[in-house]
Write a protein that binds this ligand. Structure first.
Ligand code: SF4
Ligand code: SF4
Length: 230
C-alpha cells in the first residue's frame, strides 16, 4: 500500500536551536540564502503577557497542493506516497508554483549556486591560505561539504533558472531512513511517519494531542502538524 508521509512537530520539545535548518543545508547542498528548513520567529501577546514563538517550517507536502496545480509543465507534482516533489528537467522557472504556495517555502535560483567556492582570491595573500577554488578542486566535489546522496533522487545542486524546495528527504525515505532534520534534532521533536499506518507513532501523537496546521483556511491540507506549544 502506498504511504502518506507527514510530519508532527512537538513545539513543547523544540528548543529553537535551528539544528534542523543546518542539517537540511548539509543534507541537501542548499546554497546561501536557500533554506528548505526554516522557522517563524515572533513575539505574540500584549505586554506584560508576551510570549516568544519559534515554529519550524518546511514544505508542508500539502494533500491539496496548489503549487502542483499551478505548474504548467508538471515539474512540481504529487508522488504516490503523498510527497510534493520537483522535476528539474521539466522546470522552466516560471515561478507559478511560488505564487501559488501560501507558505513561501519555494526558492527561485536567480544565480548559479555556491559561487563563493569558485573564488580565486585567498583570504590572506602570499600563500598563507588556499583560495576557495583550490580547496574545491582538491576535494574533487562541487563544494567541499557536498553530499552525493542527494543525487539519488534529485539534482545534487539545483542550478540557475529553476526553483527548489524541501522534498522531505525523499532519497532517505526511499531507504527506510528519516529526513535528516528529524534525525539531527537534539530535542527529537520532529516525528515523520505514514498517516496510512494506524500503528505509526505520528498517528498516536495526532490522536493524543490537538494538532494545528499553518493556514488551514487556505484549503491546502498541509501535512506538517504542530502539537503543544513552545
Ligand atoms: S507548502 Fe507550498 S510548496 Fe509545499 S506542497 Fe504546500 S503549496 Fe506546495
Ligand atoms: S517554476 Fe518550474 S516547478 Fe514552478 S510552476 Fe514553473 S515550471 Fe513548474
Amino acid at each position: 500500500m502506498a504511504k502518506n508521509y507527514a510530519m508532527v512537530i512537538d513545539l513543547q520539545k523544540c528548543v529553537g536551536c535551528a539544528a534542523c535548518s543546518v542539517a537540511c543545508k548539509n543534507e541537501n547542498n542548499t546554497d546561501i540564502g536557500k533554506n528548505w528548513s526554516s522557522a517563524i520567529q515572533r513575539t505574540i501577546g500584549t505586554f506584560p503577557n508576551v510570549k516568544y514563538e519559534y515554529i519550524p517550517t518546511l514544505c508542508n507536502h500539502c494533500e491539496n497542493a496548489p503549487c502542483a496545480k499551478a505548474c504548467p509543465t508538471q515539474a512540481m507534482y504529487k508522488d504516490e506516497n503523498g510527497l510534493t516533489l520537483h522535476n528539474t528537467d521539466k522546470c522552466i522557472g516560471c515561478k507559478s508554483c511560488m505564487l501559488a504556495c501560501p507558505y513561501g517555502v519555494i526558492s527561485a535560483n536567480k544565480r548559479d549556486p555556491h559561487e563563493y567556492w569558485k573564488q580565486e582570491d585567498a583570504f590572506i595573500g602570499g600563500g598563507m591560505t588556499a583560495t576557495p577554488k583550490e580547496v574545491t578542486e582538491r576535494t574533487g566535489t562541487p563544494i567541499p561539504y557536498y553530499n552525493a546522496d542527494r543525487e539519488k533522487t534529485y539534482e545534487g545542486i539545483r542550478y540557475k533558472g529553476i526553483v527548489e524546495k524541501c522534498t522531505f528527504c525523499d532519497h532517505r525515505l526511499a531507504e527506510g531512513e528519516k529526513p535528516y532534520c528529524s534525525v539531527a534534532c537534539p530535542a527529537k521533536c520532529r516525528y515523520v511517519g505514514d498517516l496510512n499506518d494506524p500503528t505509526d507513532e505520528i498517528n498516536e501523537l495526532l490522536g493524543k494531542y490537538a494538532a494545528r496546521q499553518l493556514q488551514p483556511d487556505k484549503g491546502t491540507k498541509p501535512k506538517v502538524f504542530y502539537i503543544r506549544s513552545f
